[in-house]
Ligand binder design. Structure first.
Ligand code: ATP
Length: 250
């Protein structure tokens, strides 16, 4: 198991926000993190990415506690795409993607043809080649989101952590992004609100509720009407159709 948390907790201002989560990231495929607003998904992603230190327990990368690993090594290994990217940056879209190459460059390392090729490929995979020269500050919310994802891809991480990456994206770009995640052949952990997207695109789901991980496994086994009712407080029915199971809400 290359990335896992072992009973990780995080407390802020006396409030327990993440409560003893033991999560195993599968060796391949897409792990969807689902749960109501405020259930701790973003906080857990930040702990897993080493951006935040836990108050108890550990995050392990290849069995090594993440807080014993240097920043650059973590960044060559893990990329986190957060919900809110800053807006006051005087860079082009391509420059933002190029930032993803920083952890791979030594102190004296210059910009190589390979770096440029990786940046161009990341722009192409996210459908942003035509906007490469545009100023970051003028991009729409959805375009910024795709550029942040391109930056993360340029990092060539083994684990890609994404916090609601479909936010701001229109339906075509949501589906393109989810298909892209499936095609990456890397470990992806993605917080999603749309349970039908989690059902259709994730190899596994992990369900957070009030700071705790309450279930993890195959979407069709975990996202039952009973669990959805308990965790989200809504009535749901699983409908089995020709394209797989769908969740209907009442
Ligand atoms: N730095 C902080 N200090 C205090 N409380 C915080 C902090 N960050 C988050 N919280 C609280 O922790 C809880 C979990 O927040 P988190 O953002 O992890 O949830 P989430 O599941 O990602 O929510 P959402 O689906 O709304 O994005 C929330 O109640 C939030 O207000």
């Amino acid at each position: 198991m290359s990335l896992q948390s072992d009973n990780i907790s995080w407390t802020s201002g006396g409030a327990a926000i993440v409560k003893g989560v033991t999560l195993q990231v599968p060796e391949q495929g897409v792990l969807g993190l689902v749960g109501p607003n405020g259930s701790g998904k973003s906080s857990l992603l930040r702990l897993l990415a080493g951006v935040r230190r836990g108050s108890g327990g550990a995050v392990l990368v290849d069995q090594r506690p993440i807080d014993t690993i240097g920043r650059a090594e973590i960044a060559r290994r893990l990329a986190l795409v957060e919900q809110h990217a800053t807006t006051d940056v005087v860079l082009t879209a391509r420059d933002v993607v190029a930032l993803g190459r920083l952890p791979h460059r030594g102190a004296l390392g210059g910009w190589s043809a390979r770096d440029e090729e990786i940046v161009q490929r990341a722009l192409a995979r996210t459908g942003m080649t035509r906007s490469a020269g545009q100023s970051w500050s003028t991009l729409s919310g959805g375009e910024r989101q795709r550029i942040q994802i391109a930056r993360a891809l340029a990092q060539e991480p083994r684990e890609l952590l994404m916090d609601e990456p479909t936010n701001h994206l229109d339906i075509r770009h949501q589906l393109d992004l989810l298909r892209l995640l499936l095609s990456l052949g890397t470990h992806v952990i993605v917080a999603l609100h749309d349970l039908n997207q989690a059902m259709a695109f994730c190899d596994e789901v992990a369900v957070m509720s009030e700071g705790q991980l309450i279930a993890q496994g195959k979407p069709v086994e975990i996202l039952t009407a009973e669990l959805i009712g308990e965790v989200f407080g809504v009535e749901a029915m699983i409908v089995r159709g020709p394209n797989g199971p769908r969740i209907s809400f009442f």
